[in-house]
Design a protein around this ligand. Structure first.
Ligand code: AMP
Ligand code: TRP
Length: 349
Protein backbone atom coordinates (compact mmCIF):
# COMPACT_ATOMS: atom_id res chain seq x y z
CA UNK A 1 0.00 0.00 0.00
CA UNK A 2 1.33 3.46 -0.88
CA UNK A 3 1.76 6.12 1.81
CA UNK A 4 -1.14 8.15 0.51
CA UNK A 5 -3.60 5.27 0.45
CA UNK A 6 -2.47 4.33 3.96
CA UNK A 7 -3.10 7.89 5.05
CA UNK A 8 -6.57 7.81 3.48
CA UNK A 9 -7.26 4.43 5.05
CA UNK A 10 -6.70 5.76 8.57
CA UNK A 11 -9.85 7.86 8.20
CA UNK A 12 -11.87 4.61 8.36
CA UNK A 13 -12.08 2.58 11.52
CA UNK A 14 -11.52 -1.13 11.08
CA UNK A 15 -14.63 -3.17 10.33
CA UNK A 16 -14.77 -6.75 9.09
CA UNK A 17 -17.38 -8.06 6.66
CA UNK A 18 -17.70 -11.40 4.92
CA UNK A 19 -20.41 -13.47 3.30
CA UNK A 20 -21.07 -17.00 2.14
CA UNK A 21 -23.65 -18.03 -0.45
CA UNK A 22 -26.45 -20.22 0.90
CA UNK A 23 -26.20 -22.47 -2.10
CA UNK A 24 -26.30 -25.68 -0.06
CA UNK A 25 -23.98 -28.21 1.48
CA UNK A 26 -21.44 -26.88 4.01
CA UNK A 27 -18.23 -28.90 4.31
CA UNK A 28 -15.24 -29.22 6.63
CA UNK A 29 -13.53 -26.95 4.07
CA UNK A 30 -16.05 -24.20 4.75
CA UNK A 31 -15.61 -24.72 8.49
CA UNK A 32 -11.80 -24.60 8.56
CA UNK A 33 -11.39 -22.16 5.63
CA UNK A 34 -14.17 -19.72 6.48
CA UNK A 35 -16.36 -20.19 9.60
CA UNK A 36 -13.54 -20.79 12.04
CA UNK A 37 -11.59 -17.83 10.71
CA UNK A 38 -14.70 -15.67 11.10
CA UNK A 39 -14.88 -16.73 14.76
CA UNK A 40 -11.22 -15.67 15.19
CA UNK A 41 -12.09 -12.28 13.69
CA UNK A 42 -15.08 -11.99 16.00
CA UNK A 43 -12.87 -12.59 19.04
CA UNK A 44 -10.25 -10.16 17.79
CA UNK A 45 -12.94 -7.57 17.11
CA UNK A 46 -14.17 -7.86 20.67
CA UNK A 47 -10.68 -7.39 22.06
CA UNK A 48 -9.67 -4.57 19.76
CA UNK A 49 -13.03 -2.85 19.61
CA UNK A 50 -14.16 -3.26 16.01
CA UNK A 51 -17.33 -4.67 14.56
CA UNK A 52 -17.62 -7.96 12.68
CA UNK A 53 -20.47 -8.55 10.26
CA UNK A 54 -21.28 -11.89 8.59
CA UNK A 55 -23.92 -12.40 5.96
CA UNK A 56 -25.78 -15.16 4.17
CA UNK A 57 -25.71 -13.70 0.65
CA UNK A 58 -29.00 -15.08 -0.66
CA UNK A 59 -29.18 -12.49 -3.45
CA UNK A 60 -25.86 -13.75 -4.76
CA UNK A 61 -26.99 -17.38 -4.55
CA UNK A 62 -29.96 -16.70 -6.84
CA UNK A 63 -27.74 -15.49 -9.69
CA UNK A 64 -27.99 -19.16 -10.65
CA UNK A 65 -31.31 -21.02 -10.24
CA UNK A 66 -32.34 -21.85 -6.68
CA UNK A 67 -35.48 -23.69 -5.79
CA UNK A 68 -37.35 -21.34 -3.38
CA UNK A 69 -37.85 -23.90 -0.59
CA UNK A 70 -34.25 -25.04 -0.94
CA UNK A 71 -32.98 -21.44 -0.77
CA UNK A 72 -34.95 -20.84 2.45
CA UNK A 73 -33.64 -24.06 4.01
CA UNK A 74 -30.04 -23.43 2.91
CA UNK A 75 -30.12 -19.87 4.23
CA UNK A 76 -31.25 -21.13 7.64
CA UNK A 77 -28.72 -23.96 7.51
CA UNK A 78 -25.90 -21.49 6.83
CA UNK A 79 -27.08 -19.33 9.73
CA UNK A 80 -27.15 -22.46 11.92
CA UNK A 81 -23.63 -23.32 10.68
CA UNK A 82 -22.35 -19.86 11.58
CA UNK A 83 -23.87 -20.01 15.06
CA UNK A 84 -22.87 -23.63 15.75
CA UNK A 85 -19.28 -22.79 14.70
CA UNK A 86 -19.11 -20.08 17.36
CA UNK A 87 -20.37 -16.89 15.77
CA UNK A 88 -22.41 -15.30 18.52
CA UNK A 89 -25.23 -12.91 17.57
CA UNK A 90 -24.39 -10.94 20.72
CA UNK A 91 -20.85 -10.41 19.46
CA UNK A 92 -21.18 -10.26 15.65
CA UNK A 93 -23.93 -9.11 13.34
CA UNK A 94 -25.43 -12.13 11.51
CA UNK A 95 -28.09 -11.64 8.85
CA UNK A 96 -29.24 -12.46 5.33
CA UNK A 97 -28.52 -9.99 2.56
CA UNK A 98 -32.04 -9.62 1.17
CA UNK A 99 -33.38 -8.35 4.53
CA UNK A 100 -31.15 -5.30 4.24
CA UNK A 101 -32.37 -3.52 1.08
CA UNK A 102 -29.47 -1.04 1.22
CA UNK A 103 -27.28 -3.72 -0.42
CA UNK A 104 -29.45 -3.75 -3.56
CA UNK A 105 -29.83 0.04 -3.50
CA UNK A 106 -26.11 0.71 -3.34
CA UNK A 107 -25.62 -2.19 -5.78
CA UNK A 108 -27.60 -0.22 -8.39
CA UNK A 109 -25.38 2.82 -8.00
CA UNK A 110 -22.32 0.60 -8.37
CA UNK A 111 -23.82 -0.92 -11.53
CA UNK A 112 -23.56 2.60 -12.89
CA UNK A 113 -19.97 3.05 -11.66
CA UNK A 114 -18.50 -0.29 -12.76
CA UNK A 115 -17.62 -0.75 -16.43
CA UNK A 116 -18.69 -3.67 -18.62
CA UNK A 117 -15.03 -4.40 -19.39
CA UNK A 118 -14.21 -4.82 -15.69
CA UNK A 119 -16.98 -7.37 -15.26
CA UNK A 120 -16.01 -9.25 -18.40
CA UNK A 121 -12.57 -9.88 -16.94
CA UNK A 122 -13.88 -11.61 -13.81
CA UNK A 123 -12.75 -15.24 -13.81
CA UNK A 124 -15.73 -16.40 -11.74
CA UNK A 125 -18.08 -14.93 -14.36
CA UNK A 126 -16.19 -16.72 -17.11
CA UNK A 127 -16.22 -20.01 -15.17
CA UNK A 128 -19.84 -19.86 -14.08
CA UNK A 129 -21.33 -18.49 -17.30
CA UNK A 130 -19.42 -21.03 -19.38
CA UNK A 131 -19.63 -20.87 -23.16
CA UNK A 132 -23.23 -19.81 -23.35
CA UNK A 133 -22.90 -16.30 -21.87
CA UNK A 134 -26.06 -15.17 -23.70
CA UNK A 135 -28.07 -17.47 -21.49
CA UNK A 136 -26.48 -16.48 -18.15
CA UNK A 137 -28.53 -14.20 -15.89
CA UNK A 138 -27.82 -10.48 -15.89
CA UNK A 139 -27.45 -10.88 -12.11
CA UNK A 140 -24.54 -13.28 -12.57
CA UNK A 141 -22.75 -10.66 -14.66
CA UNK A 142 -23.46 -7.84 -12.20
CA UNK A 143 -22.66 -10.06 -9.17
CA UNK A 144 -19.32 -8.35 -8.32
CA UNK A 145 -20.95 -4.90 -8.16
CA UNK A 146 -23.44 -6.25 -5.62
CA UNK A 147 -20.55 -7.81 -3.70
CA UNK A 148 -18.84 -4.39 -3.66
CA UNK A 149 -22.08 -2.94 -2.24
CA UNK A 150 -22.20 -5.67 0.46
CA UNK A 151 -18.78 -4.58 1.60
CA UNK A 152 -18.89 -0.82 1.09
CA UNK A 153 -22.36 -0.20 2.53
CA UNK A 154 -20.63 -0.93 5.87
CA UNK A 155 -17.41 0.89 4.96
CA UNK A 156 -15.78 -2.46 5.72
CA UNK A 157 -11.98 -2.29 5.74
CA UNK A 158 -11.15 -6.01 5.90
CA UNK A 159 -12.79 -8.92 4.10
CA UNK A 160 -11.65 -12.47 4.92
CA UNK A 161 -12.25 -14.61 1.82
CA UNK A 162 -10.81 -17.52 -0.13
CA UNK A 163 -8.26 -16.98 -2.89
CA UNK A 164 -10.98 -17.24 -5.57
CA UNK A 165 -12.63 -14.06 -4.26
CA UNK A 166 -9.50 -11.89 -4.30
CA UNK A 167 -10.32 -10.53 -7.75
CA UNK A 168 -13.79 -9.46 -6.57
CA UNK A 169 -12.37 -7.59 -3.60
CA UNK A 170 -9.89 -5.87 -5.90
CA UNK A 171 -12.79 -4.87 -8.12
CA UNK A 172 -14.48 -3.50 -4.99
CA UNK A 173 -11.45 -1.21 -4.56
CA UNK A 174 -11.68 -0.17 -8.22
CA UNK A 175 -15.35 0.71 -7.77
CA UNK A 176 -14.61 2.63 -4.56
CA UNK A 177 -11.73 4.49 -6.22
CA UNK A 178 -13.77 5.44 -9.30
CA UNK A 179 -16.70 6.58 -7.16
CA UNK A 180 -14.39 8.64 -4.92
CA UNK A 181 -12.68 10.12 -7.96
CA UNK A 182 -15.82 10.84 -10.01
CA UNK A 183 -17.58 12.56 -7.11
CA UNK A 184 -14.43 14.14 -5.69
CA UNK A 185 -14.77 12.74 -2.16
CA UNK A 186 -12.87 10.14 -0.13
CA UNK A 187 -16.14 8.50 0.83
CA UNK A 188 -15.47 4.76 0.44
CA UNK A 189 -12.45 2.98 1.98
CA UNK A 190 -9.94 0.88 0.04
CA UNK A 191 -10.94 -2.50 1.46
CA UNK A 192 -8.24 -5.10 2.06
CA UNK A 193 -8.89 -8.71 1.13
CA UNK A 194 -7.60 -11.04 3.86
CA UNK A 195 -6.83 -14.21 1.97
CA UNK A 196 -6.97 -17.69 3.42
CA UNK A 197 -3.54 -19.33 3.21
CA UNK A 198 -2.84 -22.64 1.48
CA UNK A 199 -2.57 -24.16 4.96
CA UNK A 200 -6.31 -23.85 5.51
CA UNK A 201 -7.19 -25.45 2.17
CA UNK A 202 -8.90 -28.75 2.83
CA UNK A 203 -8.62 -31.28 0.02
CA UNK A 204 -10.93 -34.09 -1.08
CA UNK A 205 -10.71 -37.33 0.95
CA UNK A 206 -10.68 -39.25 -2.34
CA UNK A 207 -8.23 -37.17 -4.37
CA UNK A 208 -5.64 -35.01 -2.61
CA UNK A 209 -5.21 -32.75 -5.64
CA UNK A 210 -8.83 -31.50 -5.59
CA UNK A 211 -10.43 -29.08 -3.14
CA UNK A 212 -12.99 -30.59 -0.78
CA UNK A 213 -16.23 -29.34 -2.27
CA UNK A 214 -19.97 -29.56 -1.84
CA UNK A 215 -20.22 -30.17 -5.58
CA UNK A 216 -18.02 -33.32 -5.63
CA UNK A 217 -20.21 -36.15 -6.96
CA UNK A 218 -18.94 -38.49 -4.21
CA UNK A 219 -20.20 -37.79 -0.70
CA UNK A 220 -17.24 -39.85 0.60
CA UNK A 221 -14.91 -37.12 -0.71
CA UNK A 222 -16.08 -34.63 1.89
CA UNK A 223 -17.11 -34.26 5.50
CA UNK A 224 -20.32 -32.27 5.65
CA UNK A 225 -20.95 -29.97 8.59
CA UNK A 226 -24.22 -31.86 9.03
CA UNK A 227 -22.60 -35.34 9.18
CA UNK A 228 -23.12 -37.21 12.44
CA UNK A 229 -20.34 -38.92 14.41
CA UNK A 230 -20.69 -42.25 12.58
CA UNK A 231 -20.52 -40.66 9.13
CA UNK A 232 -17.48 -38.54 10.09
CA UNK A 233 -15.60 -41.55 11.47
CA UNK A 234 -16.45 -43.82 8.55
CA UNK A 235 -15.41 -41.24 5.93
CA UNK A 236 -12.04 -40.79 7.66
CA UNK A 237 -11.52 -44.56 7.94
CA UNK A 238 -12.19 -44.92 4.22
CA UNK A 239 -10.17 -41.86 3.14
CA UNK A 240 -7.63 -42.59 0.43
CA UNK A 241 -4.03 -42.86 1.68
CA UNK A 242 -0.79 -44.56 0.65
CA UNK A 243 0.87 -47.66 2.15
CA UNK A 244 3.79 -45.83 3.82
CA UNK A 245 4.13 -44.81 7.44
CA UNK A 246 3.86 -41.12 8.33
CA UNK A 247 7.10 -39.14 8.13
CA UNK A 248 8.40 -37.14 11.09
CA UNK A 249 8.99 -33.98 8.99
CA UNK A 250 6.69 -32.02 6.69
CA UNK A 251 9.25 -32.43 3.91
CA UNK A 252 8.35 -36.15 3.86
CA UNK A 253 4.75 -35.31 2.80
CA UNK A 254 5.84 -33.97 -0.58
CA UNK A 255 4.23 -35.95 -3.39
CA UNK A 256 1.88 -37.52 -0.81
CA UNK A 257 -1.15 -35.25 -1.24
CA UNK A 258 -3.65 -37.49 0.58
CA UNK A 259 -1.35 -38.07 3.56
CA UNK A 260 -0.57 -34.37 3.69
CA UNK A 261 -4.27 -33.49 3.68
CA UNK A 262 -5.07 -35.75 6.64
CA UNK A 263 -2.14 -34.37 8.64
CA UNK A 264 -3.24 -30.85 7.74
CA UNK A 265 -6.80 -31.55 8.91
CA UNK A 266 -5.45 -33.04 12.16
CA UNK A 267 -3.26 -29.97 12.68
CA UNK A 268 -6.11 -27.53 11.99
CA UNK A 269 -8.56 -29.34 14.27
CA UNK A 270 -6.04 -29.61 17.11
CA UNK A 271 -4.68 -26.04 16.73
CA UNK A 272 -1.17 -27.26 16.03
CA UNK A 273 1.25 -26.89 13.16
CA UNK A 274 1.85 -29.85 10.86
CA UNK A 275 5.41 -30.02 12.29
CA UNK A 276 4.05 -30.46 15.80
CA UNK A 277 1.62 -33.16 14.68
CA UNK A 278 4.35 -35.08 12.86
CA UNK A 279 6.59 -34.96 15.93
CA UNK A 280 3.92 -37.02 17.67
CA UNK A 281 2.69 -39.27 14.90
CA UNK A 282 5.81 -39.65 12.71
CA UNK A 283 6.47 -43.38 12.13
CA UNK A 284 2.84 -44.42 12.70
CA UNK A 285 0.89 -46.32 10.05
CA UNK A 286 -2.45 -44.97 8.79
CA UNK A 287 -4.15 -47.88 10.58
CA UNK A 288 -3.12 -46.14 13.79
CA UNK A 289 -3.36 -42.49 12.69
CA UNK A 290 -6.82 -42.65 11.10
CA UNK A 291 -8.60 -43.66 14.34
CA UNK A 292 -6.80 -40.78 16.12
CA UNK A 293 -7.98 -38.36 13.42
CA UNK A 294 -11.50 -39.81 13.47
CA UNK A 295 -11.69 -39.38 17.25
CA UNK A 296 -10.47 -35.78 17.04
CA UNK A 297 -12.78 -34.90 14.14
CA UNK A 298 -15.79 -36.38 15.91
CA UNK A 299 -14.90 -34.53 19.13
CA UNK A 300 -14.65 -31.20 17.30
CA UNK A 301 -17.31 -31.54 14.62
CA UNK A 302 -20.09 -33.69 16.09
CA UNK A 303 -21.08 -30.98 18.62
CA UNK A 304 -21.35 -28.54 15.68
CA UNK A 305 -23.57 -30.84 13.61
CA UNK A 306 -25.68 -31.60 16.69
CA UNK A 307 -26.18 -27.89 17.38
CA UNK A 308 -26.98 -27.26 13.70
CA UNK A 309 -29.58 -30.03 13.79
CA UNK A 310 -31.08 -28.55 16.98
CA UNK A 311 -31.31 -25.10 15.45
CA UNK A 312 -32.81 -26.47 12.24
CA UNK A 313 -35.59 -27.95 14.38
CA UNK A 314 -36.39 -24.41 15.51
CA UNK A 315 -36.43 -22.31 12.33
CA UNK A 316 -38.32 -19.55 14.12
CA UNK A 317 -35.38 -19.20 16.50
CA UNK A 318 -33.01 -18.77 13.53
CA UNK A 319 -35.37 -16.30 11.84
CA UNK A 320 -35.57 -14.21 15.03
CA UNK A 321 -31.78 -14.07 15.30
CA UNK A 322 -31.22 -13.04 11.69
CA UNK A 323 -34.11 -10.57 11.80
CA UNK A 324 -32.43 -8.86 14.73
CA UNK A 325 -29.10 -8.99 12.88
CA UNK A 326 -30.68 -7.36 9.82
CA UNK A 327 -32.00 -4.50 11.98
CA UNK A 328 -28.51 -3.94 13.43
CA UNK A 329 -26.97 -4.09 9.96
CA UNK A 330 -29.44 -1.50 8.66
CA UNK A 331 -28.42 0.92 11.41
CA UNK A 332 -24.96 0.99 9.87
CA UNK A 333 -25.99 0.68 6.22
CA UNK A 334 -28.80 3.25 6.09
CA UNK A 335 -26.69 6.34 6.87
CA UNK A 336 -24.00 5.21 4.40
CA UNK A 337 -26.62 4.81 1.68
CA UNK A 338 -28.23 8.16 2.58
CA UNK A 339 -24.90 9.92 2.26
CA UNK A 340 -24.23 8.11 -1.05
CA UNK A 341 -27.61 9.32 -2.38
CA UNK A 342 -26.68 12.87 -1.38
CA UNK A 343 -23.29 12.64 -3.04
CA UNK A 344 -24.73 11.42 -6.36
CA UNK A 345 -27.58 13.95 -6.37
CA UNK A 346 -30.63 11.90 -5.46
CA UNK A 347 -33.32 13.73 -3.51
CA UNK A 348 -34.60 12.20 -0.29
CA UNK A 349 -37.46 14.16 1.23
P1 AMP B 1 -17.97 -21.88 -1.20
O1 AMP B 1 -18.79 -22.87 -0.43
O2 AMP B 1 -17.03 -22.53 -2.17
O3 AMP B 1 -18.77 -20.76 -1.78
O4 AMP B 1 -16.98 -21.20 -0.16
C1 AMP B 1 -17.39 -20.45 0.96
C2 AMP B 1 -16.18 -20.17 1.84
O5 AMP B 1 -15.59 -21.40 2.31
C3 AMP B 1 -15.05 -19.42 1.12
O6 AMP B 1 -14.47 -18.49 2.01
C4 AMP B 1 -14.06 -20.52 0.77
O7 AMP B 1 -12.74 -20.07 0.66
C5 AMP B 1 -14.21 -21.51 1.93
N1 AMP B 1 -13.95 -22.89 1.44
C6 AMP B 1 -14.75 -23.64 0.65
N2 AMP B 1 -14.20 -24.87 0.41
C7 AMP B 1 -12.99 -24.88 1.06
C8 AMP B 1 -11.92 -25.85 1.21
N3 AMP B 1 -11.99 -27.06 0.65
N4 AMP B 1 -10.85 -25.52 1.95
C9 AMP B 1 -10.79 -24.29 2.55
N5 AMP B 1 -11.73 -23.34 2.45
C10 AMP B 1 -12.83 -23.62 1.72
N1 TRP C 1 -18.78 -13.95 -3.72
C1 TRP C 1 -18.56 -14.65 -2.49
C2 TRP C 1 -18.40 -16.16 -2.75
O1 TRP C 1 -18.86 -16.66 -3.74
C3 TRP C 1 -19.68 -14.43 -1.52
C4 TRP C 1 -19.84 -12.98 -1.19
C5 TRP C 1 -20.82 -12.14 -1.60
C6 TRP C 1 -18.97 -12.22 -0.36
N2 TRP C 1 -20.65 -10.90 -1.06
C7 TRP C 1 -19.52 -10.91 -0.32
C8 TRP C 1 -17.79 -12.51 0.33
C9 TRP C 1 -18.91 -9.88 0.41
C10 TRP C 1 -17.17 -11.48 1.04
C11 TRP C 1 -17.73 -10.18 1.08
O2 TRP C 1 -17.82 -16.85 -1.91
Amino acid sequence: MSDTSQAKQTAFKPRVFSGIQPSGGLTLGNYLGAMRRFVDWQDRGLKEGFETIFCMVDMHAMTVWQDPDALRRQTRELAAGYIASGLDPEKSILFNQSQVPEHAQLGWIFNCVARMGWMQRMTQWKDKAGKNTQNASLGLFAYPALMAADILVYHATHVPVGEDQKQHVELTRDIAAKFNHDYGQEFFPMTEPVIEGAATRVMSLRDGSKKMSKSDPSDMARINMTDDADAIASKIRKARTDPDALPSEVEGLKERAEARNLVNIYAALSDQTMEQVLQDVGGKQFSEFKPMLAELAVAKLAPISTEMARLMQAPEEIDAIIGKGAAQAREIAAPVLAKTYDIVGMIRS
